[in-house]
Design a protein around this ligand. Structure first.
Ligand SMILES: C[S@@+](CC[C@H](N)C(=O)[O-])C[C@H]1O[C@@H](n2cnc3c(N)ncnc32)[C@H](O)[C@@H]1O
Length: 300
C-alpha cells in the first residue's frame, strides 16, 4: 500500500523515476526498486521528503523512526510483542526504530503496528467541493481550546458563536439569536475568533478594528494560512503575532465528529503578551513568526 501510494505521489507530482532520482541524488534504479518494495528505509525517507509525502495513522514524532517507536509504545507493545506479531526479530525492529532497516521489514512492521497508516491527504488551499454549510459549520475541538485557555486565559467573547460549538466564552454573539459579530460591539479582555473562512478577511479586519479601537485587550483568531492580501501584508503583519501550527486541526461537524482540514492553520493574535505566547508555544507544536518590519519594506 505504502509503496503504491509513493508511486502515485511521484506521478501526481509529474515526476519520472529519473527526475525523482535526480532530486534525491540516487540512481534511477534505486527508485525503480523502491517502487517494488525493495531498498532501504533511509532511501524511502529521502524519497518521502522529496515528494512531501506524509503518513497519517502513525505515532507522534519528527521522524519516521520516532513515529514507529511511539506508535508501538502507544499500543502498549514491548519489542518482544511487536516481534511476535510481525515475525521480525527484536533487532530488526530496534533498527527500524532508529531509522535503519529495509523497506520490506518496515512494511511488515507497519502491517501490524499501524495497519491504518495511509498517505496524508495532500495540502489544498480550500475545502474543496461542498456547500457553504459544510465549510463554515465547523467547530473548534475542545482539546484545541484547552491550549487556548491554558495559555491565554478565559474567553470573554466569541463573536461568531454557535450553540453547537464547544468553545467556552462568557458571551457569544450568535446569528441564531439575531446577533452579528461583524457589527455588534465587541468587549472584554480576551476574544477568540474561529470565523467562517469564506469571509476570512472581513473577520480579520473586524478583529483588528476592535482591537485598535481599544474595545478588547487581546484577540486570538484561528484561521487558514492565507497571507497574500495587501491588507494582511501592509497592516496586520506588523502588529499581529502569528503562530504557525504544526499539523492540522480536526474541526468538529454539527454531529460532533472530527473532520479533515486540507490546509494549514495559524493563530493571528493581537495584543498577546510575551508570557502568553511563550506558554502557548510550550503547549502546542508550531512556532511564532517574527513580525514584519515595516521600515525595511518601506525602504525597499
Ligand atoms: C467556523 S464556525 C465557528 C464557531 C465557533 N466560534 C467555534 O470556534 O467553534 C463560524 C460560525 O460563525 C457563525 N457566523 C457567521 N457569520 C456570523 C456573523 N455575522 N455573526 C455571528 N456569527 C456568525 C456561523 O454561524 C458559524 O457557526
Amino acid at each position: 500500500m505504502l509503496v503504491e501510494e509513493l508511486r502515485e505521489a511521484r506521478r501526481s507530482a509529474g515526476l519520472s523515476q529519473r527526475a525523482l532520482a535526480e532530486r534525491v541524488g540516487v540512481d534511477p534504479q534505486v527508485i525503480k526498486r523502491l517502487e517494488r518494495g525493495i531498498g532501504s528505509v533511509a532511501t524511502l525517507v529521502a524519497v518521502k521528503e522529496a515528494l512531501d509525502f506524509r503518513l497519517n495513522g502513525l505515532g507522534s514524532g519528527r521522524t519516521l523512526a520516532e513515529q514507529l517507536r511511539n506508535r508501538r509504545r502507544k499500543r502498549g507493545w514491548s519489542l518482544d510483542k511487536a516481534a511476535e506479531r510481525s515475525g521480525l526479530s527484536r533487532a530488526t525492529i530496534s533498527s527500524l526504530e532508529q531509522g535503519g532497516g529495509s523497506v520490506a521489514s518496515l512494511l511488515r512492521l507497519l502491517a501490524v503496528v499501524a495497519p491504518k497508516a495511509r498517505q496524508r491527504a495532500p495540502e489544498r488551499a480550500y475545502w474543496g467541493q461542498g456547500d457553504k454549510e459544510d465549510r463554515d459549520s465547523r467547530f473548534t475541538p475542545p482539546e484545541f481550546m484547552d491550549g487556548i485557555y491554558q495559555a491565554f486565559g478565559e474567553i470573554d467573547l466569541d463573536p461568531c458563536g454557535n450553540a453547537l460549538s464547544p468553545v467556552i466564552a462568557r458571551r457569544r454573539i450568535m446569528l441564531s439569536e439575531g446577533g452579528d459579530g461583524l457589527t455588534d460591539n465587541w468587549s472584554g479582555r480576551l476574544v477568540f475568533v474561529n470565523p467562517p473562512f469564506s469571509a476570512l478577511l472581513q473577520w480579520l479586519r473586524r478583529a483588528y478594528d476592535q482591537w485598535i479601537a481599544g474595545n478588547v485587550e487581546t484577540v486570538v483568531c484561528l484561521v487558514p494560512v492565507r497571507t497574500d492580501s495587501a491588507w494582511f501584508q501592509d497592516t496586520l503583519s506588523s502588529v499581529a503575532d502569528i503562530y504557525l501550527l504544526r499539523g492540522r486541526v480536526r474541526f468538529l461537524n454539527s454531529h460532533g465528529k472530527g473532520q479533515h482540514t486540507p490546509f494549514s492553520l495559524m493563530l493571528v493574535t493581537l495584543g498577546a503578551t510575551a508570557e502568553q505566547r511563550a506558554r502557548y508555544a510550550k503547549l502546542v507544536p508550531g512556532y511564532w513568526l517574527a513580525r514584519a518590519d515595516v521600515s525595511v519594506a518601506e525602504a525597499a
